[in-house]
Design a binder for this molecule. Structure first.
Ligand code: UDP
Length: 335
């Protein structure tokens, strides 16, 4: 049993990781400013600290008060398109914010970190499936900010002894199979919830570009169930706790799925065609991103439980259809 501080534990991926930690018997302190998270999503935490990641003193106190020995750092901004328009916000939150978390860890001698990174560190792939060693050439500031921290971590390890597992998520999707947690961003920008809302007649939906060099002209991505991501976090933390080395892993199912194929899956699962228009490409979108996750499968024994696209969409649909306004507790208005 470990005491774990989870920044962003009220957010989409963070909350699923908190539930998995709780189920594995760990004691979780969620640290969140609720600018995008939901109090209801943090309900599997042992305690909740309302705090900002830039506030190193508050982070230090939270680590001390709850005797935390590990940190999972989820709190970040995460939208490719927004990062193109607002790089300053992304550098502030994702770089300065993460450095403040590291400062607090170093000061409190907490030496185990699981860090949320992204497939966006690779930019346009020169080779697929994308392995961990693939060249890193981000094409948006979101990817740049995550890569900046990835590159800082070995230096922090050498100088301060902080060991870290970096998990590079491909497309996090789906919802808690028990229906207790789900995706609730405002505004919602991600493909699957947007297509579901269109099928439900709640919103319009546009495919961003049909002129990519892919079989059906739409972007290919690697959709990975959020609960499978959560499992990987537990394995990563356990490996560090048992003395394992720092490592970086890609996390996807290794299967490229097009935007059109997702739309078809949503139509199958909901039993309703998805009304849509086809618009221009979204800035910052590579044509193809899919992972090789062989390294984490081999090293940590990670194995996805919800690989199938229809299964992923079904869990997202089950969560979304009964909750037209998401969680009961609204997210804040800090941005
Ligand atoms: N996408 C789309 N329409 C939308 C939202 C997303 O066509 O309303 C496309 C987007 O261009 C990308 C894919 O769906 O090719 C996945 O986008 P999402 O924002 O879900 O995740 P990202 O790949 O940016 O992490």
């Amino acid at each position: 049993m470990a005491n774990v501080l989870v920044t962003g534990g009220a957010g989409y991926i963070g909350s699923h990781a908190v539930k998995a930690l709780h189920a594995a018997g760990h004691q979780v302190t969620v640290y969140d400013n609720f600018s995008a998270g939901h109090r209801e999503a943090a309900r599997f935490a042992h305690s909740v600290v309302d705090g900002d990641i830039h506030d190193t003193d508050r982070l230090r106190r939270a680590l001390r008060d709850h005797a935390c020995e590990s940190v999972m750092h989820f709190a970040a901004w995460l939208s490719v398109g927004e990062s193109v328009r607002d790089p300053a916000g992304y550098y502030r939150n994702n770089v300065l914010g993460a450095l403040a978390v590291l400062d607090a860890m170093v000061a409190e001698q907490v030496h185990s970190l699981v860090f949320s990174s992204t497939a966006a560190v690779f930019g346009n792939p020169v080779e697929t499936p994308i392995t961990e060693d693939h060249p890193k050439q981000p094409i948006n500031s979101y990817g740049e900010t995550k890569l900046a921290i990835e590159r800082a971590l070995p230096h922090y390890e050498r100088a301060y002894g902080v060991r870290a597992v970096v998990l590079r998520y491909f497309n996090a999707s789906g919802a808690d199979p028990d229906g207790e947690l789900g995706e609730d961003h405002s505004p919602e920008l991600h493909l699957i919830p947007r297509a579901i809302d269109a099928a439900l007649g709640r919103d319009t939906f546009q495919i961003f570009g049909e002129d990519y060099e892919t079989p059906d002209g739409t972007c290919l991505r690697d959709y990975i169930h959020v609960t499978d991501l959560a499992d990987a976090h537990i394995l990563a933390m356990d490996s560090l706790r048992s003395g394992g080395q720092s490592a970086t892993y890609n996390l996807g199912n290794g299967r490229p799925t097009s935007v059109r194929e997702i739309v078809d899956a949503v139509a199958r699962v909901t039993g309703t065609p998805v009304p849509l228009t086809v618009g221009p490409r979204r800035e910052g979108d590579p044509a193809v991103l899919f992972a090789s996750s062989d390294r984490i499968r081999r090293a940590l024994g990670w194995k996805p439980r919800y690989e199938d696209v229809d299964t992923i969409v079904r869990t997202a649909w089950a969560w979304r259809k009964d909750r037209p306004s998401g969680y009961r507790t609204p997210q804040g208005t800090a941005r």
